[in-house]
Design a protein around this ligand. Structure first.
Ligand code: HEC
Ligand code: HEC
Ligand code: HEC
Ligand code: HEC
Ligand code: HEC
Ligand code: HEC
Ligand code: HEC
Ligand code: HEC
Ligand code: HEC
Ligand code: HEC
Length: 313
């Protein structure tokens, strides 16, 4: 047994287990003991650490001690080792830390990664859901991103209601593994965008040039079109579609198409240049006739058209 561990260690990359370079940081050098000192008592964590992306700081050998290995997160451990352990002797025992303190520890190195995320003002941060609620540094079951659980299970563990939405007859196939929450959301936070979806940001990820994330995949809806439908372009996809799932076909917000249209085209319009109401009965539209109730049988290019101002083709 002992021999096999030795052989295993011999096969590790160069630099592993070496004492961290000392004396380069602002903290007095004596306080850092290097990751090697942890191996006897925390063998399970130590032996797996070479697989962790955070092992890079040890391997490079060029980081200052306060950014190297175990102590890069847990702080200088001389006192802890001298005391032969104890939660209260290590500067950063995460089990004793407030979510904000954990967040600040991680952001010492990761602040730059979140240039496109609003990490400090995300709904998660504001509700004390910090990095270690979602990431597990030492016991992650996922090959990427050190997640505490497989992504959908992770999100559902707190957002149980969304699981039901993704089980509806019309849905995006997240549960089936074709898509992920993070195709549309940034769990680290999002900035205000211009389209309506962002009135409450809901951490909806932005695509190119602050576009709605939907357009990453539904590129035919991107435009620009010669004839834009303001209902789509300005109000946003979520005006007519439930993004997660719906009892109605095509993820629509209502079972019958014309009831969606009449939310805006009701004659009481406060927007647009024309009165965008649809008459109950006229030569063009007769809403009493069922054939007019599926507006998109005629207005087929409802997301915008390059050929017709009424979206008839
Ligand atoms: C002599 C044995 C020993 C050595 C060496 C040692 N530890 Fe510990 N460590 C312990 C014991 C014992 C505990 C307390 C466990 C408990 O109370 O649950 C502990 C607790 C911790 C905790 C607290 C975990 C928590 O949040 O509850 C951290 C972090 C930690 N050690 C990191 C380190 C690091 C980093 C090193 C190397 C620099 C190190 N330890 C070296 C024995 C040791
Ligand atoms: C990237 C930051 C980071 C690094 C590097 C790191 N840890 Fe941790 N450690 C944590 C966090 C966060 C926790 C709290 C538990 C969790 O979220 O997984 C933790 C928990 C622990 C615990 C408590 C027991 C447990 O299993 O959770 C021990 C002991 C520990 N770390 C030791 C170490 C040792 C030894 C090293 C170096 C081989 C190390 N840590 C490197 C962040 C780190
Ligand atoms: C609500 C859950 C959640 C919280 C809180 C969270 N993360 Fe993440 N993080 C994720 C998920 C999910 C991914 C994977 C994204 C993907 O698959 O594209 C990820 C990816 C990452 C990545 C790698 C890719 C990238 O986006 O740069 C880093 C680094 C990261 N997180 C660090 C952090 C840090 C640091 C914190 C705290 C400041 C944090 N995370 C808070 C869920 C979370
Ligand atoms: C001492 C600096 C430092 C600290 C502190 C730190 N990290 Fe990291 N982290 C790194 C480096 C370096 C990488 C590797 C980046 C790369 O692969 O280029 C990394 C990578 C990651 C990744 C990406 C993993 C992947 O698969 O791409 C996640 C997630 C992550 N860190 C989360 C955290 C969390 C959560 C904390 C706080 C508990 C934390 N980090 C604290 C330096 C740090
Ligand atoms: C530890 C629990 C926890 C985990 C894990 C978690 N969340 Fe959250 N999430 C919350 C809390 C708490 C809030 C804020 C209160 C609320 O709106 O429900 C929130 C808010 C949100 C919001 C904004 C809701 C709104 O109404 O504005 C979105 C979107 C979200 N989470 C997505 C995700 C995604 C995607 C994941 C997985 C990567 C995830 N969450 C993982 C707890 C969690
Ligand atoms: C196809 C894109 C997409 C996917 C995939 C997606 N979301 Fe959303 N989600 C949205 C949009 C857009 C909103 C905002 C809806 C609005 O403003 O009416 C939203 C809103 C939310 C909210 C706020 C409350 C609500 O239901 O309106 C939560 C929480 C949330 N999503 C969690 C999740 C979780 C968890 C997953 C993965 C299991 C997920 N989302 C996958 C696009 C998506
Ligand atoms: C990661 C790619 C991706 C993103 C992002 C995405 N979708 Fe989808 N969407 C799909 C795929 C793939 C389908 C095909 C349905 C399936 O999975 O069987 C689909 C189907 C649909 C459907 C039609 C369902 C049907 O029954 O024909 C609508 C409507 C839709 N998406 C709207 C949206 C909206 C609104 C958003 C933004 C909130 C969005 N999508 C974001 C990939 C995406
Ligand atoms: C004004 C309401 C409205 C808005 C806003 C809207 N849609 Fe639709 N969408 C519809 C209707 C109605 C249908 C069903 C058409 C049919 O069945 O004839 C549909 C169908 C779809 C379909 C499936 C059929 C197809 O054309 O591919 C997708 C995908 C889709 N929409 C994506 C989007 C995306 C992405 C956005 C945002 C850019 C968006 N929709 C905004 C009303 C809307
Ligand atoms: C969120 C509001 C909204 C919804 C929902 C909506 N529209 Fe519109 N639509 C508009 C606005 C605003 C205009 C521009 C009207 C103007 O310039 O007077 C417009 C223009 C049109 C036009 C061109 C008419 C013209 O006068 O230029 C047609 C046709 C149309 N919509 C059909 C539909 C149909 C069919 C639906 C349902 C599938 C629908 N709309 C849903 C807001 C909406
Ligand atoms: C049988 C085909 C057909 C159906 C069904 C239909 N429309 Fe139209 N719609 C038209 C035609 C044709 C025009 C006028 C084009 C022109 O004037 O050249 C038009 C014009 C419009 C306009 C422009 C303003 C106006 O009244 O001149 C709006 C808005 C509109 N339709 C909305 C709707 C809505 C909402 C529904 C569903 C309740 C609907 N349409 C159903 C064929 C149809």
């Amino acid at each position: 047994m002992r021999l096999s561990i030795l052989l295993f260690l011999a096969g590790l990359p160069v630099g592993y287990g070496q004492t961290a370079p000392q004396g380069q940081g602002v903290t007095p050098a004596g306080e850092f003991v290097g990751s090697n000192a942890c191996k006897t008592c925390h063998a399970d964590i130590w032996l797996n650490f070479y697989k962790n992306p955070h092992y890079k700081s040890l391997a490079s050998g060029s980081e200052p001690p306060e950014r190297t290995g175990c102590e890069g997160c847990h702080g200088p451990a001389q006192k802890h080792v001298a005391a032969r352990g104890g939660k209260d002797t290590i500067p950063r025992a995460f089990s004793l830390m407030e979510p904000r303190q954990a967040l600040n520890t991680c952001l010492e190195c990761h602040a730059r990664d979140f240039s496109r995320a609003n990490i400090r003002r995300s709904e998660h941060t504001m509700n004390d859901v910090a990095c270690n609620s979602c990431h597990s540094i030492h016991h992650s079951p996922t090959p990427k991103y050190l997640l505490a659980k497989k992504q959908s299970d992770l999100c559902y563990s707190c957002h149980a209601g969304q699981r039901a939405q993704f089980s509806m007859p019309s849905k995006h196939r997240v549960n089936e593994g074709f898509m992920q929450c993070t195709d549309c959301h940034n769990p680290h936070g999002a900035f205000e965008a211009t389209w309506k979806m962002a009135q409450r940001p809901r951490m909806v990820e932005q695509a190119l040039n602050t576009e709605q994330p939907c357009l990453k995949c539904h590129v035919d809806k991107r435009g620009p079109f010669v004839f834009e439908h303001p209902g789509v372009r300005i109000e946003g996809c979520a005006t007519c579609h439930h993004p997660h799932g719906s009892m109605n076909a095509k993820l629509l917000t209502r079972p019958v198409v014309f009831t969606i249209c009449l939310e805006c085209h009701n004659g009481a319009s406060t927007f647009g240049t024309r009165n965008s109401g649809v008459d109950l009965q006229s030569s063009r539209h007769n809403l009493l006739d069922p054939k007019f109730q599926k507006c998109t049988t005629c207005h087929v290019a409802i997301h915008g058209s390059n050929a017709d101002q009424y979206f008839l083709r």
